[in-house]
Design a protein around this ligand. Structure first.
Ligand code: ZN
Length: 193
């Protein structure tokens, strides 16, 4: 459930070793900042006053962070695993993580992970489950959705160059604030859609 790889920070957009926090992935400084915003709003307000900065850029008096706007995803979740089969009778295992009876994440795996013919199907199913998990965390945990998060999940779903999620990553990255480097690989002719 904890990912620790070098990737794009949801906060500042820099490439860094990331820590997961409420469904977001933050670099070290952004996660420290987020922790203070969340746990010590008074301290934040005081520092803003001391440094004459207004976190809103507008009239003061408002809360910096809407308290309790979202639930935190705990480190340990109950999961239910379902065994199911597709139309070609391949067996798949679908795991649903639950929080208070609600599905908050969904994963799928197969016993035939190394089967070459299943690679593209696995990456497509991974794409679906990663995007559905993003939506579920939004619905049940109040996680904020962004284009960058959508692209990150697409990017991580890819297993081979030019598979479907990789293709979508490259196209959508052109619209992102922090384009994945793959966007550069898009050939000129492919720009016209
Ligand atoms: Zn950051």
């Amino acid at each position: 459930m904890h990912s620790e790889d070098n990737d794009i920070c949801d906060g500042c957009g820099k490439s860094a070793l990331l820590q997961e926090m409420q469904g977001n992935e933050f670099c070290d400084s952004c996660s420290q900042l987020a922790r203070i915003i969340k746990t010590e709003p008074q301290l934040l307000r005081k520092i803003c006053t001391l440094t004459h900065s207004d976190p809103h850029g507008s009239a003061g008096g408002e809360q910096v962070c809407p308290a309790g706007a979202s639930l935190e995803l705990p480190d340990v979740l109950d999961a239910v695993r379902y065994r199911t089969r597709d139309r070609e009778l391949n067996t798949w295992y679908v795991s649903v993580s639950e929080l208070r009876g609600n599905p908050v994440e969904i994963f799928a795996s197969t016993a035939f992970d190394r089967d070459h013919h299943l690679q593209s199907r696995i990456s497509n199913l991974t794409t679906i489950t990663r995007l559905v998990s993003l939506v579920l965390r939004h619905v049940f945990l109040g996680e904020v959705l962004t284009l960058e998060k959508t692209i990150k999940q697409l990017h991580r779903s890819s297993r081979q160059k030019n598979d479907l999620p990789d293709m979508l990553t490259r196209v959508l990255s052109r619209y992102a604030r922090h384009p994945e480097k793959e966007a550069d690989d898009l050939e000129e002719g492919e720009q016209v859609l």
